[in-house]
Design a protein around this ligand. Structure first.
Ligand code: NDP
Length: 407
């Protein structure tokens, strides 16, 4: 596993709970001490399992190759950042390792979300006889498994798909992001995008919103955003006429976001900064910094939010289509309580809802159920065994049929 952040922590706990299936685990990240701390946290919860740790800069293919040649992993679970997807995939090809991640590749200097870069590896993985599983978190991830499950069992054709993602939790901080702040703010400040009648329609960032009612939570203002899984879903389910993604944001969060953008702190280009020298002389030097990376350094670490986080998340798919010539509506979702996630893993619900599916995807691969040479999105696989594991591994799901869906 590469990365030792919030998502990786949850995945590590869950792998350890299923260690009989996984065999051996190594955790490697930019800073080895963070991996060691994670192993200590696992041991402190009573899991006395030998876990290797290592330092690796996943931007550096040679370092990755040296690590993979040494440990010889059957599967590399990439829970670092989207910037590292391609270097890790390259190293996997060179060392004959299979691959899984939770977010599509993004170049550092351009917040751009699409699968083309990773899909371009399809032939290479196929020829090498290796499997690459893309986007195995909750959304992307479970959202696609839910859609595939609906298509397999309840619809002849899916026509309308709305992925609805609500975080009704409260971490009691003025402003914090629930996963890596740099990645999160890049994503939210992008233009909205949805698919309708064969075309992609672009909208101004967070300009379309409406109340959506979430189970056990109630109505929450939900904003239309671009989300990467829409790209593969409309390709894999060509009967879809419209596909959209909605996410809730509170007023306070949006006010802060507005300020961050207006004062230039969400910029991802380099600016020159007069930084003090480390020698304590008070002299300065001109260095280049990226404002958004600096902001990340001063914002709360998403890994530290869990303790005081209350409330729950609710993420699901609302689907309309036809079965046996009749219109059918279907809603499938999971609700996850932040405190339950924290008690089990020390992390909040957003890390939990991402780390658990990453482990389940890895389990599907290791068991040989989701193993086929090539580069795949989750709806390319049989959803049933994954759905069964969601219920067993802490993310149980609920279904509603025939209701009048709001979106
Ligand atoms: P964090 O920032 O908490 O963790 C990222 C980890 O990767 C950190 O341990 C970090 O090291 C490490 N890392 C960063 N750069 C490198 C590098 N060059 N080499 C090696 N290790 C590196 O992020 P999260 O855990 O919140 O998110 C992890 C991934 O999950 C992200 O890709 C995110 O986009 C994705 N995600 C997906 C979701 C989904 O539903 N599909 C939802 C939420 C997140 P250090 O600690 O030293 O900085």
């Amino acid at each position: 596993m590469i990365g030792a952040g919030g998502v990786a922590t949850v995945a590590a706990f869950k792998i350890v709970k299923n260690i009989d299936i996984f065999g051996k685990l190594m955790i490697a990240s930019r800073r080895k001490e963070k991996c060691d701390k994670l192993v200590d946290a696992i041991h402190a919860k009573g899991y006395n399992i030998d876990i290797k740790t290592a330092q690796v800069d996943a931007d550096d293919i040679e370092q990755l190759k040296a690590l993979f040649s040494d440990f010889k992993p059957h599967l590399v679970i990439n829970l670092a950042l989207p910037y590292q997807d391609l270097t890790i995939m390259e190293a996997c090809l060179a060392c004959k390792c299979n691959y899984l991640d939770t977010a599509n590749y993004e170049p550092k200097d351009e917040a751009h979300f699409e699968y083309s870069w990773q899909w371009a590896y399809k032939d290479k993985f196929e020829k090498a006889g290796l499997t690459a599983i893309l986007g195995c978190g909750f959304d992307p991830g479970v959202s696609q498994v839910f859609t595939a499950y609906a298509a397999k069992h309840y619809f002849d054709e899916i026509h309308y798909l709305d992925i609805v993602d609500c975080n009704a939790g409260n971490h009691h901080k003025a402003f914090a992001t629930n996963f890596n702040p740099e990645i999160n703010i890049r994503e939210i400040t992008q233009k909205g995008l949805y698919y309708e009648n064969g075309k992609w329609i672009e909208t101004a960032p967070l300009s379309i919103h409406q109340d959506i009612t979430y189970p056990n939570i109630g109505p929450r203002d939900s904003y239309l955003m671009h989300h990467e899984e829409l790209e593969s879903l409309v390709k894999n389910f060509p009967s879809i006429k419209r596909a959209r993604f909605w996410m809730t944001f509170g007023k306070q969060y949006l006010n802060y976001l507005d300020v961050i953008q207006n004062i230039g702190m969400s910029r991802i280009d380099e600016v020159v900064f007069e930084a003090p020298l480390a020698d304590g002389t008070g002299k300065t030097e001109r260095v280049k910094i990226v404002p958004l990376q600096f902001l990340k350094a001063v914002l709360p670490n998403p890994q530290d939010l869990g303790e005081n986080y209350d409330g729950e998340t609710s993420i699901g798919c609302r689907i309309r289509g036809v079965k046996n010539g009749k219109e059918q509506t279907y809603y499938i979702y999971n609700n996850c309580k932040h405190q339950d996630a924290y008690n089990e893993t020390g992390m909040q619900g957003v890390s939990y809802t991402t780390g658990v599916p990453a482990m389940i995807g890895a389990m599907m691969f290791v068991k040989g159920i989701w193993s086929k040479p090539g580069v795949w999105n989750l709806e390319d696989f049989d959803p049933d065994p994954f759905m069964e594991q969601l219920n067993k591994q802490g993310l149980p799901w609920c279904e509603e049929f025939g209701k009048d869906l709001e979106v």
